[in-house]
Design a binder for this molecule. Structure first.
Ligand code: DOR
Ligand code: ZN
Ligand code: ZN
Length: 421
């Protein structure tokens, strides 16, 4: 099977150039001027051709919470968002803390046959923070990383052992950083707006303490660590200085942390409730700076779909999380590239090349021999976010009604068109 992507602008993490892309047997066969040979052609004139986007932090909810999302709806949403690969967190039911659940997720994803789905295994059994999970067997079954996402591994000795075992099997720990005792039931950022609304606040320190602890472990043990969803200015600073010392730390943030502040919680809209919470303007700015100077390595969604009944309750009772895989590219492009904060190449680095590199996944580039995982976007197309039209079952977004620019036109996985917008 051959396919040509004709007349587009190829954008990699390093450069942008006009070129056609020839796909043969699921792989990129060549990049350059390619003559028509009667095979199918995608007309990419006026469009940008990117390496397939990779979201290394999503929640697909299967097994156990299929009312919120399942592997099929989540994969459909992912390809509609331009993602050719996602990595799914283990806070399912049962928790993905063993090889059987890892294999189940991989098999379901294969049947669904849309994007690549890479399971993340739990660090501890049941994400309970007490005993290490079956790390080696999960790796054998195809887990690409470890995390107790949703919570921190509060016992530092267990975390140390988790990092050591993970590294023994060539895996990284992805750390959800929140000191559980300090959060103490907080539902929003502790500050002016928590006082104004009367909602219980959670200090920046709850996040910063765990970021600092996990970096201290990585530094002492000379092991890699990855910090999930950075939201505070102070965490950005801790990571920046650790990197300057040569600590093997990488970090991610999400569109909501560089687009919104906790001013939006004054609406009491439960779609603004997320963990870690939305912070203040100085945090939003620092997270943006972190993306600009390489302190933060990638943009993930933390796509956290929830059902209406989990969200249409009073703020204190609502589930934490924002659904966002279908608008992540547009939000990031609109907020960062359109406003001149970063280049389109830098965005490709943050959303494709770096996640691939951090987890050792194939992809993140457009080069001969690589699988033809490609995202084609129309950067001039503007539209209004409407979650009712999403493939995801999770309509929980604070971005409904927002005007954004950057539309996904095609998502190709292994050379096959999995989404056409
Ligand atoms: O807001 C969040 N939702 N943060 C998390 O860490 C977990 C996630 C979820 O699973 O809903
Ligand atoms: Zn998390
Ligand atoms: Zn998460």
């Amino acid at each position: 099977m051959k396919l040509i992507i004709k007349g587009g602008t190829v954008v990699t993490a390093e450069k942008s150039f006009k070129a056609d892309v020839l796909i043969e047997d699921g792989k990129i066969a060549s990049v350059g001027k390619i003559a028509d040979s009667g095979c199918p052609v995608i007309d990419a004139k006026g469009l940008h051709v990117l390496p397939g986007l990779i979201d290394m932090h999503v929640h697909l909810r299967e097994p156990g919470f299929e009312g919120k999302e399942d592997i099929e709806s989540g994969s459909r949403a992912a390809v509609a968002g331009g993602f050719t690969q996602v990595c799914c967190m283990p806070n399912t039911n049962p928790v993905c803390d063993n090889a059987v659940v890892v294999s189940y997720i991989k098999n379901r994803a294969k049947q669904v046959n849309l994007c690549k789905v890479n399971p993340i295994g739990a660090i501890t059994k049941g994400e309970e923070g007490q005993t290490l999970a079956d790390i080696g067997k999960m790796k054998q079954a195809g887990a690409v990383a470890l995390s107790d996402d949703g919570k921190s591994v509060m016992n530092s000795q267990i975390m140390r052992l988790g990092m050591e075992y993970a590294s023994g099997f060539g895996l990284k720990c992805l750390c959800h950083c929140e000191d559980a005792a300090l959060v103490d039931g907080g539902v929003v950022n502790e500050g002016y707006n928590s006082t104004l609304t009367g909602l219980k606040g959670s200090l920046r320190a709850a996040e910063d303490i765990m970021v600092a602890r996990d970096i201290a472990l990585a530094e002492s043990l000379n092991l890699p660590v990855h910090i999930c969803h950075v939201s505070t200015y102070s965490a950005v600073e801790i990571i920046r200085s650790a990197k300057a010392r040569g600590v093997r730390v990488t970090a991610e943030t999400c569109p909501h942390y560089f687009t919104l502040t906790d001013d939006v919680i004054t609406s009491f809209d439960t779609n603004t409730k997320v963990n870690p919470p939305l912070r203040e303007e100085k945090d939003r700015k620092a997270v943006t700076e972190g993306l600009k100077d390489g302190t933060i390595d990638c943009i993930v969604t933390d796509h956290a779909p929830h059902s209406q009944k989990d969200k249409q309750v009073e703020y204190n009772l609502a589930a934490f999380g924002i659904s966002g895989i279908e608008i992540s590219f547009a939000l990031s492009y609109t907020q960062l590239v359109e406003r001149g904060e970063i280049s389109l190449n830098a965005l490709v680095k943050l959303m494709s090349a770096n996640p691939a590199c951090i987890l050792g996944l194939e992809g993140g580039a457009i080069a001969e021999g690589l699988p033809a995982d490609i995202t084609i976007v129309d950067l001039s197309a503007e539209y209004t976010v409407d979650a009712d039209k999403w493939y995801s079952k999770g309509k929980n977004t604070p971005f409904n009604g927002k005007r954004v620019k950057g539309k996904v036109k095609y998502t190709l996985v292994g050379g096959e068109i999995k989404y056409q917008g």
